[in-house]
Design a binder for this molecule. Structure first.
Ligand SMILES: C[S@@+](CC[C@H](N)C(=O)[O-])C[C@H]1O[C@@H](n2cnc3c(N)ncnc32)[C@H](O)[C@@H]1O
Length: 547
């Protein structure tokens, strides 16, 4: 039987999921409210106030009136009773913030809070329609992939008086996604100053994504850049003076997207990076060819098998495609038939069994019928991906690229030349080169610190330290390709003997020193920058400030 504590925890998780209610730590609440009141004072609004902690803090710190809104009646009960003990006029709306029309409300001086982080898949119906309309009213046509927090922030701007301020918690998506950057752009068009504070440690115990603090001052003005301030932890907030904080100025609204993670580098590392990418020998991966996603079977346990198993089952070998299954399949700068043989010998299937749709008509009708029977008996045809395609037993979207690139990056990403004529699942990316003959030299280039650092700068960090690079982000990654190199064997030997840094040192020698002519000092700064960013993403959730 579940204990009452377990039940309470389970209840909390369900509510968190339903309302996206991750409440904010008091240190963060007080910092945001203090900063905001010092900018704009007066009437304070929290559009998703939950239990009212921002409003109580505002009341305590001198707000003249507070206004809250939230969907969650249980949280609002707590908010109302907390505010009843404060000597301040309090108005609390129960319902959807997007249903509040700014035209019906007097302007407020300060907006504070922590908007709901509801992903686009769960953000639907009237609320979403109103949200997108409100963003349009401020000239922002948000992309279909927008999470709720983005229109929330934009809708909130419309309640502010000229000269007002905004102090909110926002996800790091604000600098990592197109809709986040649209939101940041809208902030820059509506405030004279925009600051983002980032922390080395994540301060939300339960949230997956990285979180920043947004401080926007002087509504009605505008600016073209954001001041980005990296801090160690939220404990620093108690003593922080904004005027004395180190910052990096990063332009917003430019066609060339600036990687905001640059703000975490030291000035010397930043300069080394700018010097390296100014070299005419440095290009983007999109300059070399096309990056594509891999296939999705919907049932790897059914469609992936060893060659031996397929033969045993009497399945036609022409239906078999050698395949990379995931990043762990890649162990060196070249993925060769011998890798597949070794992996399969270790019991790890590396063939996709994919009867062509025309198999119904060719000479293997019986084999196909028995394959389909077996799938149906296992219920494979009912799995989501299978039942939404026709025929369910044919996997579409197979590509055979020249190189495999990482999608989820750990500490030691490996990119491999496709020497096995293999296809790949959607857990990695494929690069089809314009000049196929350069595959080996590109492969060396992909292991230099320049590319590894560029991945850190362009990817998105997630819980557990993983860095994700979608195809659009991978296209922006920098690479320098040596004219020729005999280093492939050395890199291969070092990677396969788990000497990752040794392999990178060889690639750096060939690419950064030999090809680009960078000095040892600059290469050292690039290495330290990469190490700093890797360390940041792995330590983000360690010793984090749980509630
Ligand atoms: C991240 S919590 C923040 C709560 C509180 N402001 C805090 O920081 O501790 C987000 C809140 O948004 C509320 N919420 C979700 N969708 C909303 C909507 N459309 N309108 C108003 N509130 C909403 C949830 O109920 C939840 O209380």
């Amino acid at each position: 039987m579940m204990s009452s504590r377990t039940l309470a925890l389970a209840g909390r998780r369900v509510r968190q999921k339903h309302f996206a209610s991750f409440y904010t730590r008091p240190e963060v609440v007080d910092f945001l409210v203090r900063w905001g009141l010092a900018q704009a004072g007066g009437v304070v609004m929290d559009p998703s106030c939950g239990d009212g902690r921002f409003l109580s803090s505002a009341a305590l710190l001198g707000a003249t009136a507070v206004i809250g809104c939230d969907l969650d009646p249980r949280a609002l009960k707590v908010a109302r009773s907390a505010l009843a003990t404060e000597h301040v006029a309090a108005t609390v709306h129960e319902g959807d913030f997007f249903a509040l029309d700014p035209a019906d409300h007097p302007r407020v001086d300060l907006i504070v809070g922590n908007p709901p982080f509801i992903r686009y898949q769960c953000f639907a119906g009237d609320s979403r329609r109103r949200a997108l309309q409100s963003a349009l009213a401020l000239g922002v046509r948000l992309t279909a992939l927008s999470s709720a927090w983005a229109p929330f922030v934009i809708h909130a701007i419309r309640f502010l008086r000229s000269g007002g301020a905004m102090a909110m918690v926002v996800p790091a998506e604000i600098v990592q996604t197109n809709y986040g950057l649209q939101t940041l752009d809208a902030l820059c068009r509506n405030f004279a100053q925009v600051h983002l504070l980032a922390f080395a440690r994540n301060f939300f115990a339960d949230a997956e994504a990285d979180t920043y603090l947004l401080l926007a001052a002087d509504a009605g003005g505008s600016c073209h850049s954001v001041e980005f301030h990296p801090l160690e932890s939220i404990q620093q907030l108690a003593s922080v003076r904004m005027s004395g904080l180190a910052s990096t100025t990063l332009p917003v609204g430019t066609t060339e997207r600036t990687p905001f993670a640059l703000a975490f580098l030291t000035p010397k590392e930043h300069d080394a990076w700018l010097q390296a990418i100014a070299n005419p020998g440095v290009v983007r991966l999109s300059d070399l060819g096309t990056i594509t996603n891999g296939y999705v079977t919907g049932a790897n346990d059914f469609f992936l098998m060893t060659r031996e198993d397929a033969v045993k089952q009497g399945l036609p070998t022409e239906w078999l495609h050698p395949t990379v299954v995931n990043a762990a399949s890649l162990r060196g700068p070249e993925f060769a038939p011998s890798d597949i043989a070794e992996l399969e010998l270790a019991g790890k299937p590396h063939h996709l069994l994919n009867p062509p749709p025309a198999a119904q008509l060719d000479g293997h009708r019986q084999e196909l019928a028995s394959f389909i029977r077996r799938g149906v008996a296992l219920g494979i045809h009912l799995r989501f991906k299978c039942r939404t395609r026709s025929p369910w037993w044919h996997v579409p979207g197979l590509h055979v690229p020249h190189l495999f690139l990482p999608y989820m990056v750990g500490r030691e990403p490996i990119a491999s030349v496709n020497a096995a004529g293999a296809t790949y699942t959607n857990t990695i990316h494929g690069l089809r080169l314009r000049r196929a003959s350069s595959a080996r030299t590109v492969g060396i280039g992909l292991h230099s610190t320049l590319t590894l650092l560029s991945m850190e700068l362009h990817g998105r960090t997630y819980g557990g330290g993983i860095l994700k690079l979608e195809p659009s982000e991978t296209r922006r990654v920098h690479v320098a390709v040596p004219a020729k190199s005999d280093a492939a064997k050395a890199v291969d030997r070092l990677l396969r003997s788990d000497d990752y840094l040794g392999a990178v040192a060889v690639a750096d020698d060939v690419v950064l020193r030999g090809e680009l002519g960078l000095s040892a000092a600059v290469i050292g700064q690039l290495r330290s920058a990469r190490a700093r960013l890797v360390c940041r993403r792995y330590s983000r959730n360690q010793g984090r400030n749980t509630r």
